[in-house]
Design a protein around this ligand. Structure first.
Ligand code: SF4
Ligand code: SF4
Length: 359
């Protein structure tokens, strides 16, 4: 980084974190791996990759900040006490109580809705998407991945992978862009597809078309380089007869909602700046997003709805009446969803997860 970054400041102009600490080269040159600033600074970055997207010499500062986090954790020097809420959320998702794997005999494909979506929108047709699929209610452990807990992430993800491949699973359909990113990068042996691409290409039959005020679309920062996924989201929106207008930052140059990398737990002012910029670009339009985290965070600055709500209940969604659960009801909803799946189908193989990362 130190040799490659030409300090053009293009990324700095976009990012409050870099405005505070300087160019990626400057941060790399002053990083020692010791001392309070070196240990905490990388955790203030949202890991959103906007710097990577705009860099004219094509270097990847986000990767450097993730590596800094990993080194701090590996050295036993990182203090993750302020991210405890995030880690507890993840721990519940992987626990025996909340997890459920249901694999019908002969099935080679599972739906992985992700913990945020299944908690907030449990009744929104998730279980009706693909009735003969297997189901995996679990957490992809991206929070630990992003907090630099590499050993824990590797242990948890590889155990899930072994179980699924060992039971003949080859395809994973995901609804959450973070799960999508994790499965695409680490899910060797799986073909990973988003439910939005599948709905847009193969399954979607519009039930009704109607006119409405244009909405605008928030691309998730973890999906900023996923053009096919972004196109599918727009196709699905159009298929409901709903027009949209792009914000200045969209697609590859989209903005983080403020949740990325858990930066909001240690630097709420820096993470919150993304939403401030977004608010200026929204211009009174309703935001449609395909990330439950973005829906939650941007809902604080503008009317925001999840794409699945728009697709399956456009009238209520555009009137601001889509039902979205908040904590602690999200946890209750996840238990209800699990109970429904357990009762709904006959499975050849099923389990609740008891693995906790300890071999
Ligand atoms: S917050 Fe985003 S744009 Fe800023 S340094 Fe981190 S990854 Fe790059
Ligand atoms: S855009 Fe690239 S070259 Fe320019 S300051 Fe940022 S990292 Fe360095």
């Amino acid at each position: 980084m130190s040799e490659e970054c030409v300090e053009c400041n293009i990324c700095v102009k976009q990012c409050a974190f870099l405005k505070k600490y300087g160019t990626p080269k400057n941060i790399a040159d002053t990083w020692s791996g010791e001392g309070n600033q070196s240990l905490t600074r990388a955790f203030e970055c949202s890991l959103c990759s906007l710097c990577t997207a705009v860099c004219p010499v094509k270097i990847d500062p986000k990767r450097m900040f993730l590596e800094m986090r990993r080194l701090s954790v590996a050295n036993g020097q990182a203090d993750l006490s302020r991210q405890k809420q995030l880690l507890n959320f993840e721990k519940r998702g992987t626990s025996k109580r909340y997890s459920f794997y249901g694999l019908p005999s002969g099935c080679d494909t599972v739906l992985f809705p992700g913990c945020a979506l299944s908690g907030s929108r449990p009744h929104q047709h998730l279980q009706n998407f693909f009735p003969n699929l297997g189901i995996v209610l679990d957490c992809c452990t991206k929070p630990s991945h992003d907090l630099g807990r590499s050993a824990y992430f590797a242990a948890m993800f590889s155990e899930m992978q072994r179980y699924l491949t060992g039971h003949g699973i080859k395809n994973v359909f995901v609804a959450c862009p973070s799960c999508y990113a994790v499965f695409k990068q680490y899910g060797k042996g799986f073909s990973t597809r988003s439910v939005y691409e599948i709905l847009a290409r193969e399954y979607w039959q519009p039930e009704s078309l109607f006119s409405a005020e244009p909405v605008t679309i928030q691309d998730s920062c973890v999906a900023r380089f996923e053009k096919d996924l972004q196109d599918s989201v727009r196709k699905l929106t159009r298929s409901r007869g709903i027009s949209f207008e792009e914000m200045k930052h969209h697609g590859k140059k989209t903005l983080c909602c403020g949740e990325g990398g858990g930066a909001n737990f240690v630097a709420p002012d820096l993470a919150g700046n993304w939403a401030v910029v977004r608010k200026k670009e929204v211009q009174n339009r309703r935001i449609i997003t395909y990330c439950a985290g973005c829906a939650h965070f941007l809902g604080r600055v503008a009317p925001t709805a999840h794409l699945l709500d728009l697709v399956f209940d456009p009238v209520a969604t555009l009137a601001g009446r889509a039902t979205v659960a908040r904590s602690p009801f999200t946890y209750l909803n996840r238990l209800l969803l699990k109970w429904k799946f357990k009762r709904k189908m006959k499975y050849g193989f099923s389990r609740e997860r008891v693995f906790s990362g300890e071999e």
